[in-house]
Ligand binder design. Structure first.
Ligand code: K1U
Ligand code: ZN
Length: 168
């Protein structure tokens, strides 16, 4: 297992669109395992492959308190959405920034597991938020893009300043 480096906003690679997974092999299972380790170490409750510069439709999520309920979603697609919620979101690619975003409260999702088996999932509240947030990553969208232009520009400047400070 290995910890993978996480891309930081505004890295342009965060805007790449992830491609569907067609082959469910040991290399894919190694990626899933490394992503899970990276998410738990961060710590976070989700991670999309885009964030580790792998542009394939792979997501790992664990919103459980005990960190013992890993969910792996490959090629996820939303079948239905219902309701609205406003949740303060964070992102491992935008460290230190927490902002409220509007999301569906309930979603029905279909995906494959790491062995290529198709399954369906009904997600509510934080799990629903997390799935929508991670699926946005796979489309090349970062949550700050839901905010005003002014907020986005302030966040971008703050991230660039922090990157310069770390490089010095
Ligand atoms: O995509 C990511 O960068 C992961 C992100 C997922 C997420 C969290 C909250 C709302 C929407 C999406 C994170 O995990 S940010 C870190 C975080 O929220 C957290 C960290 C430790 C414990 C609990 C939460
Ligand atoms: Zn994120």
């Amino acid at each position: 297992m290995a910890l993978l480096p996480i891309l930081t906003y505004p890295d342009p690679r965060l805007h790449k669109v992830a491609q569907p997974v067609r082959v469910f092999d040991d290399e894919l299972r190694r990626l899933v395992s490394d992503m899970a380790e990276t998410m738990y170490a961060a710590p976070g409750v989700g991670l999309a492959a885009t964030q580790v510069d792998v542009h394939r439709q792979v997501i790992v999520i664990d919103v459980s308190e005990a960190h013992d309920d890993l969910q792996v979603l490959i090629n996820p697609r939303i079948l239905w959405r219902d309701g609205t919620q406003y949740c303060e979101e964070g992102c491992l690619s935008v460290p230190g920034i927490y902002e409220e975003v509007e999301r569906a409260q309930h979603v029905g999702v279909e995906a494959e597991d790491a062995d290529g088996k198709t399954f369906r999932l009904e997600a509510h509240d934080l799990l629903a938020v997390c799935i929508q947030h991670e699926m946005d990553h796979l489309k090349g969208k970062v949550f700050v893009e839901y905010l005003s232009r002014l907020k986005q520009s302030r966040i971008k400047s703050r991230m660039e300043k922090e990157a310069r400070r770390k490089a010095a």
